[in-house]
Design a protein around this ligand. Structure first.
Ligand code: PLP
Length: 423
């Protein structure tokens, strides 16, 4: 190898954590449903009750009383907000670093999303949330971004003291915990995604968890046709408080069968990513020029992303460029190593529909509603200055769940080279 050769000549493995651990067990699980010719959860020729079993197993894993499996993380958010009774005249606090689905779920319910800034955990800053609460605020959506929970105990305390609901969006951190308690159980309700980029996957899928029986019943009704069902899967119409409106996002048996296998593998998937990530973090700790994301409880981190922050935007760009030229890249289907400003619809000011106050109808819903008059509707860059600065100074590196020690060595050497040449 000559001085000018890059550290790596083959791309790093693609991110997709659950996919790397798929094998014949998932194949057999899917085949079992197909052999029984019963892919629908509520009835069929020979129902396997995969969704029901998955819900029980997932609730138990997380430590919640109930789970409702749905078609996606976006559907989980929409169903959870419907179960919580969110609607016009309400403001719901959302973080500057999130995913477009979070804002969409609030807007689609007719409520107004209000941005709050993040801190060095890259999740909600409890002090800024306190500042954004108004008499119209009914709840907080805390999004545990990039694999690890933020200061969730502080947000939980704030929500309780101000009488607000707390929804934890755990789409990016299935299997995470904070000081011994699983993400998704700090608030009234938690949501998960099982889309392919997530810690466990069936390609698509989602789940809602709660320990509140009324919220559970409402979520069951809202995720389906608006009504509860009896043990035979037939709709019940004689419970007036459960005659609601449904979102039609039931999970099917095929995905549930696959997810039951993935759930059993989740601890080894996250432990592999955590071990790679903390080896790299330890190596970087020697360098005062790098700031590592603050993780309140590293033992509960799922390890799926490493975030490093640099003194200014130019340095972050230069370091990222050098890392990439040293071969710290992945295959074209993936997104492994980027300055965070490249992170699309995760950044509030990139969500054009939010900045433009877009509507799907012609009246301007929900921005035009009399109930929403007086709410702050500011979403352009500048509303969350801490996030703005962190995004342009930080690099996001995906940590695949199948990194070999030699891959970790390459990443560490590439950072060391970049530190020498860019600072
Ligand atoms: C934080 C967050 N919430 C919600 C979702 C939506 O999940 P899905 O893609 O399953 O609809 C995602 C997916 O990327 C996410 O990252």
């Amino acid at each position: 190898m000559s001085e000018s050769d890059p550290i790596r000549s083959t791309p790093l493995p693609l991110e997709f954590p659950g996919v790397h651990h798929m094998d014949e067990q998932e194949v057999e699980a899917a085949a079992r449903v197909l052999r029984a010719k019963s892919p629908f959860r509520y009835y069929g020729i020979d129902p396997q009750h995969e969704v029901e079993s998955f819900e029980q197993e997932f609730a138990q894993f997380v430590g919640s009383s109930y789970a409702v499996a749905v078609g996606s993380g976006t559907a989980a958010l929409a169903t959870a907000l419907a179960a919580l009774g969110v609607g016009p005249g309400q403001e719901v606090i959302v973080p500057a670093y999130m995913w477009v689905s979070v804002a969409a779920a609030v807007v689609n319910q007719g409520a107004i999303p209000v941005l709050a800034d993040i801190d060095d955990t890259f999740c909600l800053d409890p002090r800024d949330v306190g500042r954004r609460i108004t008499p119209r605020t009914t709840g907080i959506i805390m999004v545990h971004m990039s694999g690890a929970p933020g200061d969730v105990a502080a947000i939980q305390q704030l929500a309780r003291s101000r009488g607000l609901f707390l929804l934890e969006d755990c789409a990016q951190c299935a299997g995470a915990s904070s000081h011994g308690r699983k993400a998704g159980t700090f608030g009234d309700i938690g949501t998960f995604s099982f889309q392919m980029n997530k810690n466990m996957t069936a390609g698509e899928g989602g789940c809602i968890v709660t320990s509140d029986h009324r919220l559970y019943q409402r979520a069951v009704a809202c995720h389906d046709l608006g009504y509860a069902r009896n043990a035979q899967g037939r709709l019940i119409f004689d419970q007036p408080d459960l005659c609601l409106w449904g979102k039609g996002c039931r999970m099917d048996e095929l995905r549930a069968a696959v997810l039951r296998v993935q759930l059993r593998k989740l601890p080894s998937i996250t432990s592999a990513m955590r071990s790679s990530k903390y080896r790299i973090r330890e190596a970087l700790q020697r360098f005062p020029e790098v700031t590592l994301r603050r993780i309140p409880d590293p033992s509960g981190d799922t390890g799926v992303f490493l975030i490093t922050t640099w003194r200014d935007a130019a340095t972050a760009r230069a370091v990222n460029c050098r890392l990439r030229s040293e071969g710290i890249v992945t295959w074209p289907q993936g997104l492994t190593n980027i300055v965070m400003t490249e992170w699309g619809l995760h950044l509030y000011y990139n969500i054009a529909s939010l900045v433009l106050h877009s509507s799907v109808d012609r009246s301007g819903f929900p921005w035009n509603l009399a109930e929403n008059a007086g709410s702050r509707l500011e979403y352009a860059k500048g509303v969350c200055p801490v996030a703005d600065s962190l995004f342009e100074r930080s690099i996001l590196l995906a940590i695949p769940s199948c990194l070999a020690a030699a891959d970790e060595d390459d990443i560490i050497t590439a950072f060391e080279t970049a530190l020498q040449s860019c600072l």
